[in-house]
Design a protein around this ligand. Sequence first.
Ligand code: ZN
Length: 230
Amino acid sequence: MQAFIAGLLDLLFPPICVGCNDRLVQGETLICTVCFNGFPETDSHKLIDNVITHHFIGKASITYGFTLYRLRKKSHLEQALFAMKYKNQPKIGYILGQHYGNILDETPMINSINAIVAVPLHPKRFKERGYNQSDFFAKGLSDGLHIPLYEGCIERTRYTLSQTTKNKSERIINLQGAFKAKQPDLLIDKHILLVDDILTTGATLASCTHTLLAAGAEQVSIATIAIVES
Ligand SMILES: [Zn+2]
């Protein structure tokens, strides 16, 4: 009966791809195969010096940097990530996290990482949105890599207004001291993979990295779903 109802619902409201709006076929979840294969992947996991590590020079001391995609304006990837963030589709983050976990599993750079931590939202923002998309990406990565996920070990203490109207240096000042370690004991001498969805200025990730290192983490590396192409 349940399968019948599910079949009927699919017939009435056929599931469509969050990237291109085409109909999904059996075996596809949220993202169609054409989109998945077409999203522009980076080779950051093959290079110690890469687009991410360069991005943080002078901003934060990170060990390794990884990003799955390059994000172009008006692309199918942009539409999919918009749905993930604002249209109640956080599962997209989990799917991409698992996919990236399988890719990162092949690089020896991942071997020294002890735990995964997602950049938290401020509780007020979390309440507005109902979820943190970076938690979903982090969970997917954790499952794909078999590396534990530390939930709730840092918190966002400052509610920052939209960063989009501020210039680069204003954004960095705005985020200084915005995070606090809640369980510093967990972090001592660990190599943490800090995870966020989209890398733009990097101010949030830099601020979070400082907090983790100050709380006792030995090293911090960074992984994001995408870096905005400039
Ligand atoms: Zn598609």
